[in-house]
Design a protein around this ligand. Structure first.
Ligand code: HEM
Length: 281
């Protein structure tokens, strides 16, 4: 993807996300925006895949690899490949952004952890796993029961819809001692922030790489993340029960309070409740 198109993709990915099933505000305007975004993305990816399909050369990017796979396997129709591209764009969008945003919030409340990470950058990979456990960007996944069964003393019938709350599983003291403590040296064991089983996240390796790189850069270059900075924090959460994370996160140096008059301040952020605040714009 060309870098100049990134804002274009982001706007469309967010339009689709905002019309998602768990958002409170599914207005006609929101749904129309999502419909338009879906059409534009469909046209973009259809053309991009067609260009690669006809190029007849070795694939140089993911879309090229998908187009090559489509040449080999007739079940991978242009429509299937186009929707795969749209899915990859949206699946990888708010998730990693949410992880980084929430990692920054957790660090702002724990200057000691910032000092530790800055002194020992080798801890960043483990810290990313702990951020994924502590406050997962995808809070829950849905399943339909394949057969009648019993779960924790409750009867489940074939076809019943079940919601597995990852955020809750990650605070189970039977699996994670002192689960409410953020400990970047913890042996995280098997957290399920990327799901489990056949639908395990296809982008987990990429997400880890993005988060580790992003966090290392933020620790290195963001002066307001230094342990002694104590910035003012302005945060708005997307009203979403599944994709949980800030839709807006602004750090300001103290002394610039005037600029943020009327906004919500969280000078010492803790884990905020789900979907606490609607986007104001
Ligand atoms: C921190 C970042 C991410 C988190 C926390 C995350 C989390 C998840 C979770 C929990 C699932 C399982 C959904 C289910 O079982 O119903 C999933 C599936 C998926 N993720 Fe991610 N994801 C992240 C980043 C990405 C990225 C970067 C991509 C691609 C570029 C991606 C692509 C996918 C796809 C395609 C699936 C569906 C897999 C399937 O159904 O077979 N994800 N992700």
């Amino acid at each position: 993807m060309e870098g100049r198109l990134w804002p274009w993709f982001r706007e469309r990915a967010l339009a689709l996300q905002e019309a998602g099933g768990t958002r409170g505000d599914r207005t006609g305007a929101g749904l129309a925006r999502a419909e338009r975004a879906a059409g534009e993305l469909e046209r973009y990816f259809t053309a991009a895949l067609a260009a690669r399909r006809h190029a007849g050369c070795a694939p140089r990017d993911l879309m090229g690899a998908l187009a090559a796979a489509g040449r080999e396997d007739p079940s991978l129709t242009p429509a299937v490949l186009t929707s795969t591209c749209v899915h990859l764009l949206t699946a990888g969008h708010e998730t990693t952004t949410g992880l980084l945003g929430k990692a920054v919030l957790a660090l702002l409340a724990r200057p000691g952890t910032v000092t530790e990470l800055r002194a020992e950058p080798g801890l960043v990979a483990g810290a990313v796993e702990e951020f994924l456990r502590f406050d997962p960007p995808v809070q829950m996944v849905t399943r339909w029961a394949w057969r009648d069964t019993e779960l924790a003393g409750r009867r489940v019938r074939r076809g019943d819809r079940l919601v597995a709350v990852i955020g809750s599983a990650h605070r189970d003291p039977a699996h994670f001692p002192d689960p409410d403590v953020l400990d970047i040296r913890r042996a995280t064991g098997r957290h399920c922030a990327f799901g489990l089983g056949i639908h395990y996240c296809a982008g987990a390796a990429l997400a880890r790489l993005e988060a580790e790189t992003g966090l290392a850069v933020l620790l290195d270059r963001l002066p307001l993340l230094r342990p002694d900075a104590r910035p003012l924090v302005e945060v708005e959460y997307a009203p979403d029960w599944v994709f949980h994370g800030p839709s807006r996160l602004v750090l300001r140096e103290r002394g610039q309070e005037g600029e943020a008059a009327g906004k919500d301040h969280h000078p010492t952020p803790v884990i905020p409740p789900l979907g606490i605040k609607r986007r104001s714009a």
